[in-house]
Design a protein around this ligand. Structure first.
Ligand code: URA
Length: 231
């Protein structure tokens, strides 16, 4: 098995565990867990806020209007969603799309860190305030930090973090669309740079223990249709 296949298999095991998660109250109101989608071997990982109505229905991230804009922005830098990995701070939809609550972010964070650990992205683009604050551990607002790369230690991995406005912000305020294009162009340039050297940096976000390694399970009916990691 190649490294990429092993990575995907490990991620599928985490997906199976996550799809039955009951760690926070959102388990009672969600339709589907939105684990994340794309390439398990991606250099670029996006972290958004939380699933909306369409994502909750389909079990896939960024498939509503914000997702349409994300697809456009990716195309501007010669990428598509199958060549990146897209996740969120929360895997379940907060009712009425309200803000994520601390107990929800704390419950989901080990899953998110496990995705980062397995995918080993070179760059993490955080979309909006919630993802940026969670990953950087810094409460400065997104409008102040957007468009400038940072380096952070996430678990064992040193990664470049690139904060960007959330696509929903540009849907609400069309003049921000241009800013988003500029930030995506910078993101494309950052991706072309060498990966950061591995080793601990001063800035560490709050850590939580990784979820326990799930036991190996036989394939389940429908797994091949999940389409969570590959086109
Ligand atoms: N907004 C997000 O932050 N994530 C999604 O998956 C969809 C919309």
């Amino acid at each position: 098995m190649t490294g990429a296949e092993e990575r995907r298999e490990a991620l599928v095991a985490v997906y199976r565990e996550a799809s039955e998660c009951t760690l926070c109250p959102l388990a009672q109101t969600r339709t589907k867990v939105v684990f994340g989608a794309g390439d398990a071997d991606a250099d670029l990982m996006f972290i958004g806020e939380a699933p909306g109505a369409e994502e909750d229905k389909r079990g896939l991230p960024f498939v509503g209007r914000a997702g349409g804009l994300l697809n456009e922005l990716l195309a501007e830098i010669g990428l598509d969603r199958d060549s990146v990995f897209i996740a969120n701070t929360l895997m379940c939809r907060p009712p009425g799309n309200r803000d994520p609550q601390p107990v929800e972010l704390d419950s989901c964070r080990p899953y998110l860190l496990e995705k980062v650990r397995l995918i080993e992205p070179k760059v993490i683009a955080t979309l909006g305030n919630f993802a940026t604050k969670l990953i950087t551990g810094d409460q400065t607002g997104i409008t102040k930090v957007r468009g400038r790369p940072q380096t952070h230690q996430l678990g064992e991995r040193t990664v470049r973090v690139f904060p960007i406005l959330h696509p929903a912000a540009a849907l609400r305020t069309p003049r921000l669309r241009e800013t988003m294009s500029e930030d995506f162009a910078s993101l494309g340039r950052l991706l072309a740079e060498p990966a950061p050297e591995q080793g601990r940096t001063a800035a560490e976000p709050p850590e939580a223990p990784a979820p326990e390694a799930p036991e190996a399970q036989p394939p389940r009916a429908g797994d091949d249709q999940l389409d969570i990691f590959a086109p």
